[in-house]
Design a protein around this ligand. Sequence first.
Ligand code: CP3
Length: 337
Amino acid sequence: MAFNDILLRTMNGEKVERPPVWFMRQAGRYMDEYRAIRSKVSFLELCKSPELCTEVTLQPIRAFGFDNAILFSDILVPIEPMGVELDFNPAPVIANPVRTLADADKLREMDPEKDVPYVLETVRRLVKALDVPLIGFSGAPFTLACYMVEGSGSKNYEHIKTMIHTNPDAYRVMMEKLANSTLKYLQAQIDNGAHVVQMFDTWAGVVSPYDYEKFIFPYVKHIVDNIKGAPLIYFAKDSFSFFDIIGKLNCAGMGVDWKTRLTDADERLGKGKYVLQGNFDPVQLFGSKESIKETALKILDEGKDLKGHIFNLGHGILPPTPRENVDYLVKIVKGEA
Ligand code: CP3
């Protein structure tokens, strides 16, 4: 089959026949095929097996015909070799959270070839197996730091916010190591064949715009300014209030969550500056076919006025999502339903 390059043409700002479509967390527990594999291994065992990761990455491409694959792994996989004791239950738990300058000093910068060779092996296998582009990914430094410091998900993020405002040296030492590790990790995925990379900043939106600008943005900018050889999409959830700051980044694409209109995002980021990705509410996939179509058509219509639009959800797909609705939404975007 010919290589489907609609995502790459869109990222280049070319006019395309329709938006490319993929969904964040498109491989996962909403699929029986995924659960069959997961019933035999733990999540971390799965993430460390190139054979199983390759298979799980391909499952949603076969099932729904997405226009690209996304590497199967987790944002926290590359922080384990930095010195954190990581487990998934299924949500992530870190047994030795980073709280002091001494803890931050002990963290090691990650070396992708040495520390996560299985991820790069998966990338190489996928690039050979696929006839669509492969998106590689990482967490952004602050989102990784949230798990490192809190030790799990969190309601108020009080440990990391306290560290920022009482122990800025510890925060800086940790963030510099995370930023350098993340840059090397994304670059290694590109060097091994990933066509596009996405950086997930899921928890950026928990801080004030003042703290985003001073304590998060510089590390994101360092990565964006130094990555070479493939376009980057930055996805900072809940961050519309500081899109004016984010709009200073020189990357190709920006993710938009479901609470923001694509046209408002474009306005605030800098009209026509970025290809935008989003922004269907993942929970609306529990809704009726009529409601799914009505919203999808509104999003497609807003997407027409942009530099480029990648149709996606506004956040990851949830495990109880009805599979037939995923199929239906992809068909709407492709003009087949
Ligand atoms: O998009 C894809 O298909 C690639 C796979 C992928 C996973 N995690 C697999 C996963 C990606 C891109 C991620 C990113 C990720 N992981 C983020 C950023 C995006 C987002 O969703 O905000 C974050 C914050 C994490 C951290 C994480 N990993 C959480 C909070 C959880 C538990 C929540 C849950 O879904 O249960 C995970 C576990 C995880 N990562 C699973 C999968 C398929 C479920 C593990 C299982 O099979 O038991």
